[in-house]
Design a protein around this ligand. Structure first.
Ligand code: GLN
Length: 609
């Protein structure tokens, strides 16, 4: 184990902490007498990740949250009262005035925004609760849920602010006159003062901002504190109004949604990545912590956290395109069926997507698919899709509707990743779904073959030995020589023909029905289907070639009739008719090499990426 200080994040925080120690301009806030007691030399920094790791540096002393409570309470109000009701009373417009300005947005008769006192006093009254006491319970338990631990109120700070907060009362009465507050103004303003007096540390604040970064889920406790869909509104007002009159320059320099307060705290959010907090009581003329702002600027600058830095260009997520004339499902097909697939397989096209899907990732696919006028069956393979956003869903939805209107048929291979799979379920609910590309290809091939009158043989029609793929075209005497040495075996649907590891008992020709070959997966357990084998095809050839135990399991998936040539019968045949044996051996070699060629084409098409 390396010491904690060896971690580059700890080192960065320690460095920044040391650098900002030299800054001693600014004044501790004194308008709330209790706050004037704060030690001006204090400075604490914290970064919380979405895995719940918290890195800290400096002095992690408790302080009252003050205005940094505002975005969190706004989030609770949005969650409890809904955006419409909140927006009817509190707008989202920066004021350009100090936080405690006694003003209303004259045009709309609303408070300007929830980050100034006027708006914050109103949002405090919009959290759930039948009484003001219950509402305060909600305010405190909500802030505690953001911090991931039970928080308390500093009663002396509360008393101090309550005794001197006449300006806030003036604001509250102005809000009352505009109909934005109820009759009991004193109780409502008391809840606001109390909410500002909740005690936190820089560490708590980092977890609280990390909860916003984590779409509303506390990374320490896993609790969903606010619904995901209110997070963007909260971060928006933080970005535009969170740092008083410095908000524009803050966004310019630091590039993160943030909120500061008079106790000297700053909390900032990098969505999807981290929460950042700083605490140091000396304030600059705009009311922001001198060292807190300097520390955040340095951290953002050194790690390149500015949200509006030019992003990496998003590339197409199309990984691979292939058609059924070269890449097939693993299902073995008769010669006639293979001929049709060779000639018309290009009408089946599969597009394999991967990674995160958004507008720019999916747009090229849409263009390519719509330009392809040969494709009649389109497989959209999303197995390797990790995320899919609304833009990507909208584009895919439009694409699938257009293909359907044009007479095409679309099959969807569902993503392996749970989140993406759930999102994709909303897409084109009538399209057939598959868990892998093989199943989708088999489905498309079967439809194509059906159009050409080549449905798979029905169980009652027995494909005689002479018409078995492996033996087709061999002289009659040779087929007869084999025929006299085979045994017929019948398997009910669902029965195991042989198990992996079983002693080889011969070469099987499927006379009727269908079997599936599968293997046990190492590690995670479960089984994976390798192929389905229908009448006219054979399996277990390797038994005659190397005589080693079975490498796959075979299960009858329909009532199945097999003709079995045992190794003993094969050696007998060797003695009786060497030509028959040689022809059979050549046929087996051809069939194995054909399978190998298909796997090669399959692998080669991977190179198209
Ligand atoms: N309780 C303080 C007030 O309303 C909060 C102000 C602040 O932190 N900017 O005056």
């Amino acid at each position: 184990m390396h010491p904690a200080a060896a971690n580059p994040i700890h080192r960065l925080l320690d460095e920044v902490y040391a650098e900002v120690q030299d800054l001693d301009d600014g004044e501790v806030a004194t308008y709330i007498p209790e706050l004037a007691k704060a030690d001006p030399s204090i400075c604490g920094l914290a970064v919380a990740t979405l895995d719940g790791d918290v890195y800290t540096a400096g002095d992690l002393v408790p302080f009252t949250i003050q205005s940094v409570s505002k975005p969190f309470i706004y989030a609770l109000a949005l969650a409890d009262s809904g955006p419409e009701a909140v927006l009817a009373k509190v707008g989202a417009e920066p004021t350009g005035d100090p936080f405690n300005t006694i003003s209303l947005d004259d045009l709309t008769s609303r408070a300007h925004n929830p980050m100034v006192n006027a708006g914050a006093i109103v949002t405090t009254t919009m959290v759930a609760g039948a009484t003001r006491e219950e509402q305060f319970e909600r305010l405190l338990s909500g802030l505690s849920a953001f911090a991931g631990r039970p928080l308390t109120v500093d009663e002396s700070v509360f008393e101090s602010e309550s005794a001197t907060g006449h300006r806030n009362r003036a604001i509250a009465y102005l809000m009352r006159s505009a109909g934005l507050l109820d009759e009991d103004v004193e109780q409502q303003i008391a809840n606001y003062f109390r909410q500002c007096s909740v005690v936190v540390t820089a560490r708590d604040l980092a977890v609280m901002t990390a909860t916003l970064a984590n779409a509303g889920v506390n990374p320490l406790t896993g609790v969903e504190v606010i619904p995901r869909d209110v997070v963007a509104s909260v971060l928006t007002v933080m970005a535009t109004c969170g740092m008083y009159d410095y908000s524009g320059e803050w966004l310019y320099r630091v590039g993160l949604p943030a909120k500061s307060g008079v106790s000297g705290a700053v909390g900032a959010v990098l969505p999807g990545q981290l929460g950042l907090a700083a605490h140091s009581p000396r304030l600059d003329p705009q009311g922001n912590s001198v060292r807190g702002v300097a520390a955040c600027e340095r951290i953002s600058e050194r790690l390149g956290l500015h949200l509006l830095l030019p992003g990496e260009r998003v590339r197409s997520s199309l990984r691979r395109t292939y058609r059924a004339d070269t890449v097939r499902s693993r299902r073995l097909r008769s010669q006639a069926q293979r001929g049709v697939l060779d000639a018309h397989g290009a009408e089946i096209v599969a597009y394999e997507l991967g990674g995160d899907e958004g507008f720019a990732a999916v747009e090229p696919l849409v263009r390519i698919v719509l330009e392809d006028d040969k494709a009649r069956w389109v497989v959209i393979d999303m197995r390797r899709v990790t995320r899919i956003d609304r833009a990507a869903l909208a584009l895919l939805d439009g694409l699938i509707s257009q293909l359907t209107i044009d007479g095409g048929v679309v099959g969807i291979v569902e993503p392996r990743s749970q989140g993406a799979r759930v999102a994709v379920r909303e897409l084109a609910p009538r399209c057939p779904r598959f868990s892998d590309a093989d199943g989708a290809l088999e489905w498309a091939e079967t439809q194509l073959l059906h159009e050409h009158g080549l449905d798979d043989a029905l169980p009652e029609e027995l494909v005689p030995l002479a018409e078995q793929d492996l033996l087709r075209g061999l002289p009659e005497e040779i087929v007869t020589a084999i025929e006299t040495r085979i045994v017929t075996k019948v398997f009910h649907a669902g029965t195991v023909v042989f198990e992996e590891g079983d002693e080889s008992d011969g070469l099987y020709f499927v006379g009727a029905g269908q079997v599936a070959a599968d293997v046990r997966l190492g590690g995670r357990g479960g089984r994976r289907r390798l192929s389905t084998i229908a009448s006219g095809s054979s399996f277990g050839e390797l038994a005659l070639v190397d005589g080693r135990p079975r490498s796959t399991r075979i299960v009858a998936i329909e009532p199945t009739i097999c003709f079995v040539l045992s190794p003993e019968a094969f050696s007998e045949l060797w003695d009786a008719s060497p030509e028959a044996c040689a022809s059979l051996a050549m046929a087996i070699a051809r069939s194995l090499s054909e399978r190998l060629r298909y796997s090669t084409a399959d692998v080669a098409s991977l190179e198209q990426v």
